[in-house]
Design a protein around this ligand. Structure first.
Ligand SMILES: NC(=O)C1=CN([C@@H]2O[C@H](COP(=O)(O)OP(=O)(O)OC[C@H]3O[C@@H](n4cnc5c(N)ncnc54)[C@H](O)[C@@H]3O)[C@@H](O)[C@H]2O)C=CC1
Ligand SMILES: O=C(O)CCC(=O)C(=O)O
Length: 488
């Protein structure tokens, strides 16, 4: 019997356009304006020759897309992956435009990358490639603190952001005192911000916690049972154990979620007795993979090589996709058993897979969409950008003042006979560190984004993805209208 669902997947760019169309059908907006918002403003492809350590010459290809410049700068990650091409960065950049609007970050969307497998290159070679790529971006006005601000993404981190910032600031910024805002995800020593490394994974946890505290979502997922209407005691499997996957696992497990499965590129492990993310991370850092963290006979299942993706098909309450795009597709969607699927990566579920998951015989799976779940890194990157513009650490000017004000209150309380033990006194009196401020801003942004999404999904009786897109497109439309950008 034909399901009407094709066997071939669209490319990532068509995937995001399809999701956009499924949401924009719910909006009463002019079709031409919707098309304008959907399209990509500008994209750049650069190639340059690169002489390797052994003398061979390779041609490096780098890309950067500005999906929407309705607000500047545009913002989005810079990835290293052999998959990177023009359509991929355009698709990812459009997700960034939507994500910025979801968490009220006043930026347009961008994304870029270099088409390499970083493990094929030495650190020195990677540094030369990143510096050259940054130079190309600068020469073409595709980077700058008020124009385009890259951040970390798949395969890159604070090391690469450091090289980009240093190249831009030293060669192109002159005396611009805001120049260090050219990149986010920098190490603290380069003007980075406390908490950016954890931010995307922590944001995944905040959003999962919020969605899983909603009774109707839990019932819809078939989880309105005795275990409780939140994530405590629920089983989680994570695909990807890099920056995002590790921190998501860490915070979920600290909050009482049970991590029972984890995979990286090489291996997937399932252990119903539970997996400690910190111990697993130590093993991965020492050995390069989660493989070998447990003896095979201490595991309920282990998948290696081309079988790694089979871990996604194991039964669990929540499946967190924190690796790569298009991981649940027409070929495997019908075998996915998780009740809730969290898109911590960008675009990990294809549109046709989504249809299959929505029509599942045992009840539709709930998908927490990427534009909400993975927005924590972007949010803290925004805070870092603000820090770079002001050139001062958050809390530096007010910490002692807050401590003094709280002391006055506490003493007034003690004067009328109240008492507080020494440990509590210390905690109450402490002013906030930069990390406290960042995490509270992150929590607030993620909670509001999740609640807005839930509210719209109930109001329009639509999926969480459609709801998040609807909210986002409506905000972008409003902003473009007021800027006069929708007029012919
Ligand atoms: N780093 C960030 O701040 C943000 C990242 N993202 C997205 O999250 C995803 C992960 O990014 P990061 O953690 O930063 O990257 P990363 O490079 O630190 O880690 C990627 C992880 O995924 C694993 N992986 C890759 N392909 C896999 C496969 N087919 N099966 C199982 N595991 C696989 C790798 O082994 C590694 O453990 C990407 O899609 C990225 O675009 C989204 C928002 C922000
Ligand atoms: O912090 C950044 O700019 C990177 C964020 C990003 O690439 C993403 O959310 O996918």
């Amino acid at each position: 019997m034909s399901t009407g669902i094709p066997k071939e997947e669209p490319r990532l760019l068509e995937q995001i356009k399809e999701f956009y169309d499924r949401a924009s059908d719910l909006l009463d907006l002019d079709e031409g304006e919707l098309e304008l918002i959907k399209g990509c403003d500008a994209a750049l492809r650069v190639t340059f020759p690169f002489k390797r350590k052994d003398g061979t010459i390779v041609v490096i290809q780098g890309y950067r897309a500005h999906h929407s410049r309705h607000r500047l700068p545009v913002k989005g990650g810079m990835r290293f992956s052999s998959s990177v091409d023009l359509q991929e960065v355009e698709a990812m950049a459009s997700l960034m435009t939507l994500k910025c609007a979801v968490v009220d970050v006043p930026f347009g969307g961008g994304k870029g990358g270099i088409r390499i497998n970083p493990s094929d290159y030495t650190e020195k070679e990677l540094e030369r490639i990143v510096r050259r790529f940054t130079t190309e971006l600068a020469k073409k006005s595709f980077i700058g603190p008020g124009r385009d601000v890259p951040g970390p993404d798949l395969g890159t981190g604070s090391r690469e952001m450091s090289w980009m910032a240093d190249t831009y600031v030293k060669l192109f910024a002159g005396t611009d005192i805001h120049a260090n805002g050219v990149v986010t995800g920098k190490p603290l020593s380069m003007g980075g911000i406390e908490g950016r490394t954890e931010a995307t994974g922590l944001g995944v946890y905040y959003s999962v916690r919020e969605f899983m505290s909603d009774k109707s979502i839990m019932e819809q997922a078939g989880l309105g049972d005795s275990v409780g209407t939140n994530l405590v005691g629920r089983s989680f499997i994570l695909q990807g154990f890099g920056k995002v996957g590790y921190h998501a696992a860490l915070y979920i497990s600290r909050a009482g979620g049970r991590i029972v499965g984890v995979s990286d590129r090489k291996c997937g492990i399932l252990r119903w007795g539970g997996i400690d993310p910190e111990a697993l991370k130590q093993h991965k850092d020492a050995h390069g993979s989660v493989d070998g963290a447990f003896a095979d006979d201490d595991l309920d299942a282990v998948y290696r090589g081309s079988d790694v993706s089979k871990l996604l098909e194991e039964a669990c309450d929540v499946l967190v996709l924190a690796a790569f795009q298009q991981q649940i597709h027409v070929q495997n969607a019908s075998r996915i058993k998780a009740r809730i699927i969290v898109e911590a990566a960008n675009g990990p579920v294809t549109p046709y897979a989504e249809e299959i998951l929505e029509r599942r015989a045992d009840g539709a799976a709930v998908i927490i969409p990427d534009v909400v779940a993975s927005a924590g890194g972007l949010t803290v990157s925004y805070f870092e950008w603000l820090k770079s513009l002001s050139n001062v650490r958050f809390g530096r000017l007010t910490k002692k003042w807050e401590e003094r004000s709280k002391l006055v209150m506490l003493e007034a309380w003690e004067d009328i006979g109240g008492s507080v033990d020494a440990e509590k006194r210390h905690r109450v009196l402490q002013g906030p560190s930069e990390r406290d401020i960042v995490f509270s801003g992150l929590a607030d942004s993620m909670i509001v984004a999740a609640q807005d999404t839930i509210e719209t999904s109930k109001r329009l009786n639509c999926s969480l993805r459609q709801a998040a897109y609807v909210n986002s497109i409506a905000k972008i439309h409003e902003s473009m209208k007021h800027a006069g950008l929708l007029l012919a």
